[in-house]
Write a protein that binds this ligand. Sequence first.
Ligand code: ZN
Ligand code: ZN
Length: 358
Amino acid sequence: MTHLEKLKSVLGGANPDAVIISSGINQRYISGFPFTDGYLLVTRGKSYLVTDFRYEEAARAGADPGLEVSAPQHGMLDFIAERIFADECRSVAFEEEALPYAAYEKFRAALPGVELVPVASAILWGLREIKDDNELKNIAAAQDIADAAFEHILKFIKPDMTEREVALELEFFMRGQGAEAMAFETIAVSGSASSMPHGVPRDRKLERGFLTMDFGAKVNGYCSDMTRTVVLGSANADMKRLYNTVLSAQLAALEVIREGAGLSEVDLTARGIIDRAGYEGCFGHKLGHGVGLFIHENPRLSPTAPEDARLVSGQVVTVEPGIYIAGKYGCRIEDLVCVTKDGLINLTHSPKELIELF
Ligand code: ZN
Ligand code: ZN
């Protein structure tokens, strides 16, 4: 089933009759075509990609053929309103997280008697959770690039480099390997800065101690995400204990992941190991998140997820426990995995045992 067919199949009944899609990510998800100016209108009958002449030709060639491409002379909004009335849609969903208020007001004025329902973001988040084979292929390709970058950076890092130089080299290498963009801002933080889970790379020489690198590439719009922490110099006993606790927590969580496992159960498996080792309160974020066209998608592996929220085959999630000791140092290890019926496919292939550089 195409993504367009998936969306059509949930329309009607208790759901709205049609959906207006205004965000670039969801437009790309449904149409397979990236464009930045226009809308998709999906109804149970006909569906439309509405844009201006700059995108018209490329859209006809690249978008899902189930979408009628239109570049109306008299304005996109009027065209959409005409189609909604012609198709007798009574309720129309809009993206409650992505439609600017001014645009909402214009639709409101153009659609008297039509109920505008703020549920399209939620519907699309739901559809995007389960990845099809093509999406998995793109995510795996993006992760392969990140794995290659990690192998490369281990040989590249020298003691007198700055954190920015390490981050830049990761990005330069990934672009060279075919990444169309970074999945998010690359993190490379060393020494005392490694205690900040999302620290920004500094323009100063690498500190000895932990170096945490969190990075990912984008392929055909799809993201990858991985973290490795290495030691610059040699690790003392406390650092080894901390590192191995994070690793044990990560391996234990990977062990319980499969279709049907509870989202909170997976998080608490890792969190319990960290807490029992005496690091209670030092793992201040969730265990993981879904990854797709966005770097942070559903599901969330969280200690507070509802008990009945469970993993489903085809979801792609990160597993990224960490221990952060403020003012001292921190460590995180993150893999990207695809949930299957009886376990997972780990898309990350980089080594995880403690690596000491120079
Ligand atoms: Zn990450
Ligand atoms: Zn992540």
